[in-house]
Design a protein around this ligand. Structure first.
Ligand code: DGL
Length: 282
């Protein structure tokens, strides 16, 4: 069974892509609604909350947990993989993955394992815009990992501090549109008006407002769709490590857990996934 962890409902955009891509694989999703949003929290809190969530999924039989959240990935993935997991009884048999690596691979057209520039580079002078939460942007993980592989790419980051909460609160379209417009203007202010060649919507909530980003960015800006990119990368990962999905049950299970109020969370999940199963209490 595969675990998917998110601070709240945004990770459902990733889970949905995985469920559609892997029809025989069982998934357990955990949304930490008791502590959402993570995006404006201090780093240590994000690490500790993410670790608690991963432990809960390991204890429920998930040997592989995907952090379906940019903030948790940007702040906690490396620490959990390199410092925490090796000291636990799960070392060697379990793993934690994030969603930054596949996104960087797609943005740079370079495998994650390659950490130095490879020449000639197809997109070596591009301008890339990263839209994310306060904590994801502060981590600097996207510019750092992109520049390592493509040093001539210019990366501009834009904090969208209110957008994830507004999407989750089902704010009116006009309000969401104004927030997206403001974010795009923030990028243009940094680039002297030059629109980006590519845009990374670096928050799992943002695919829901992709048409609004589309409206405010010119047609030549290519948008990276994180759920698709993550599903592609996960397919490749599982093909190389089939033991994580070796025990195929005759009926696939799909379990949605929350640390919050299951009734309230289930009633709001439809905006991320119209026919999502109901949440149960962690
Ligand atoms: N899911 C988070 C992400 O992708 C955003 C929501 C939050 O701030 O908790 O960054």
């Amino acid at each position: 069974m595969i675990g998917v962890f998110d601070s709240g409902l945004g990770g459902l955009t990733v889970l949905r892509a995985l469920v559609e891509r892997f029809p025989h694989v069982s998934f357990t999703y955990l949304g930490d609604h008791a502590h959402v949003p993570y995006g404006n929290r201090p780093s240590d809190e994000v690490v500790s909350l993410t670790q608690t969530g991963v432990e809960a999924l390991f204890e429920r039989g998930c040997k592989l947990v995907l952090l379906g959240c940019n903030t948790a990935t940007a702040v906690a993935a490396r620490r959990l993989q390199q410092t925490w997991l090796p000291q636990t009884p799960w070392r060697g048999s379990h793993n934690v993955l994030g969603i930054v690596a596949p996104t960087v691979e797609a943005a740079t057209q370079t495998p994650w394992a390659v950490t130095a520039p490879q020449y000639p580079q197809k997109y070596n002078t591009d301008l890339v815009a990263v839209f994310g939460t306060t904590r994801t942007v502060a981590s600097g993980v996207y510019p750092e990992e992109i520049r390592k592989r493509c040093p001539k790419v210019e990366v501009v980051q834009q904090v969208c501090a209110q957008l994830a909460s507004a999407i989750e609160a089902e704010a009116p379209d006009a309000e969401l549109d104004a927030l997206v417009h403001e974010a795009v203007d923030g990028v243009l202010a940094q680039t002297g008006g030059a629109p980006p060649h590519r845009a990374i919507l670096g928050c799992t909530h943002f695919p829901l407002v992709e048409p609004l980003f589309r409206r405010h960015l010119p047609p030549f800006t290519r948008m990276l769709s994180q759920p698709v990119v993550v599903a592609d990368s996960f397919e490749d990962y599982l093909a190389r490590r089939p033991h994580y999905v070796a025990e195929r049950p005759s009926v696939r299970t799909l379990t949605l857990l929350t640390s919050g109020d299951p009734g309230d969370v289930s009633s709001r999940a439809h905006i991320f996934w119209p026919h999502a199963p109901a949440f149960t209490k962690l």
